[in-house]
Structure formats: C-alpha cells, structure tokens
Write a protein that binds this ligand. Structure first.
Ligand code: ES4
Ligand code: ZN
Length: 326
C-alpha cells in the first residue's frame, strides 16, 4: 500500500546489524561446501529448521555454530557484499555494521581474516551500491574482560578503519560493569562506544552502560521504558536507540509485534530507529522491519519519516553528511 511505497522510497541508514547474522541458510551451505566444513545439516531444510529459537541464548548457540563455516577472507568479503547488495535494494544509503572478531579468533582464525574481508567489501560499497559505512567491533560479553583487551590489542593495526566498539552476546549475568576498563581504553583511542543493553537485561544494565561505559548510542534499550527516570534521561541526552522489531519478536522480547513499544518510544520523544539485527535469522531486512512494524503498531507517514531521519541523525557521521540524506 501507500506506506509500503513510502518505506521503499525513503533513504535509510542501518545502525544495528551483525554481519554474521546476515548468513542466509543457502550461504551457510555454500560456505560449508566451499571450505569442507562439517555441519550437522544435510539439506537446506535442515538449516532452516535449525534457524528456530525463542530466546537470546538459543539464538546465540545457533549463530556461533553457523559462523564456523566462515573460514577465509573471501568468505567474509562475500558475506558482507551480499548484505550490502541486499540492503541497497531497500534504499539503505549508510550502514554501521557490527562484527564479532572473538567468534572467529576463538576458533583459530587470525584477527586479520574477518576484518580484511569485511573491509574490502565495505570499501567498495560506495562505488558499487552508493552505500557509505562505519565498522563497529563488538566484544563478546560472555567472555572475560581480559579477552576483550586482547581483541582491542589485535585491532591496533586496523584502528584507523574501525570506528567504534560494541558489546554483544549473552546479556543477563554479564552486566556492562564487567567491561568498564576496556571501554575506557577504547574511548582513549578515540573510538565511538555502543552496547547492547536492555534487550533481555534490566534497566540497571542501561544505567551502567551510560554511567560506566559512557556509550554514545544504545543498542536495543527496550527495557529502559520500565524506568521513567531512565527514559527521561535518554530523551534529555538525545541518545539514539537502535531498535530491532523483528529480532524482538523472534527472541520473545515482545510476544506480538502489536505489543512492540516503537510507537510509544517515538511518542516519548526518544530517538528510536528501526534495524534488522540478524536478518537471516529473524526473518527480514530493513524494509520488512519497517513494513511489519508500521502495520502492527500503526505508524503514521510522519512517524515513518521521523524514523528514517533518526537513522541518519543517530549515525556516526559528520553533520554535513547526515544533512545530505535528510
Ligand atoms: C545479537 Cl540480537 C543479539 N543480541 C545480543 N548479541 C547478539 N549478537 C548477535 N545478535
Ligand atoms: Zn544486536
């Protein structure tokens, strides 16, 4: 309908996307075959059946298993290029993408393999697809802070091409406070800081991300709404929330998309954005997240336009470059 056409036509930025979460079942099979990696799936249907979960930890178990088929720089290049090509069709003009270096170094790949392939694809994207980028390296919060420090050290030769650090993986039991020192070290290197907070974790974790990690942007943040003082603080500070509606539905952060707080977030004056998180696993890329959310919660034209604007004003781009898209 009308709103779908508006969504398709609007230039957008994606600010919450895990590259490893764009691994489609077909690609998983293809990389496994190409690299001779044993996987516990015989058919595409087996993989599709495995892409089924109802909470964060069950999803993560499959996500880490899935990424084991990624072995070479070419694999990371091809994965990244396929994502960029896909979202170019959704009129996405700027992306700020995550990757999980520890998901790869933990299984024996050199740090340079994933980042080398990812950056080759990202650097070609402006010419190929008209898409600009920022790259954010995430620390896995279920691992010790010491391991995050080691990852930051491995990233040193690449730091002029890494724009920020993030914090992802299993949230509950791994509060932001666990990573206060490594975030301070990243801040001193001039990196932007983001963290997943308030997805499954309580409002306290969002406070910690703000007060201890001093993050520039909140990934998810849904549970902030449980605390009025926290909500007011996020609004006053003008912090952007990178919200992921179809992810929230898949992981049962909301039971029904009709219950999604997106409309409420906008009404509260929060700078919310719509993103796809792990689109191969959660069933939709950018425009599908926009369309399904708009339909479920009844977003207006004005709200949809506001969300697209928020995606650029929330991006780690100079104001002049943000303005080019508004
Ligand atoms: C993630 Cl949805 C989500 N939450 C936390 N960590 C993640 N890593 C990839 N997707
Ligand atoms: Zn995420």
């Amino acid at each position: 309908d009308d709103l779908d056409a508006l969504i398709a036509a609007l230039p957008k930025a994606e600010l919450h996307l895990h590259l490893e979460g764009s691994l489609e079942p077909e690609q998983l099979m293809m990389f496994a075959e190409r690299n001779g990696v044993d996987i516990p799936f015989k058919t595409l249907e087996d993989v599709r059946a495995a892409y089924d979960f109802s909470n964060l930890q069950d999803f993560l178990d499959i996500y880490y298993q899935g990424m084991s088929v990624l072995q070479t720089e070419a694999d990371f290049h091809d994965l990244t290029d396929a994502y960029l090509k896909r979202v170019a069709a959704d009129n996405v003009r700027h992306v700020e993408v995550f990757f999980d270096p520890q998901g790869h170094t933990e299984r024996g790949l050199p740090f340079d393999v994933p980042i080398g392939g990812i950056l080759k694809a990202l650097d070609a994207a402006e010419e190929k697809y008209g898409i600009t980028y920022r790259l954010i390296m995430c620390f896995l919060r279920h691992l010790p802070e010491e391991d995050a420090f080691e990852t930051l050290a491995q990233a040193e030769p690449w730091l002029d091409r890494i724009h920020g650090v993030g914090l992802d993986s299993s949230e509950v039991g791994h509060p932001p406070s666990k990573f206060e020192r490594v975030f301070a070290a990243a801040r001193e290197k001039g990196l932007k800081l983001v963290a997943h907070a308030g997805e499954e974790g309580p409002p306290d974790y969002v406070y910690e991300a703000l007060d201890l990690l001093k993050i520039d942007r909140i990934d998810h943040g849904n549970r902030s709404l449980e605390d009025d003082a926290l909500t007011a603080r996020i609004r006053e500070a003008g912090l952007t929330l990178t919200v992921c509606p179809l992810s929230n539905l898949s992981l049962c952060v909301v039971d029904d998309l009709k219950d999604h707080p997106m409309k409420k977030m906008l009404a509260l004056g929060l700078k919310a954005t719509i993103n796809s998180d792990d689109p191969a696993y959660f069933g939709g890329y950018m425009n599908q997240n926009f369309r399904e959310t708009a339909k479920a919660v009844g977003l207006t034209r004005e709200e949809i336009i506001q969300l697209a604007k928020n995606s650029f004003t929330g991006a780690f781009l100079p104001e002049a470059e943000q303005a080019r898209h508004l």
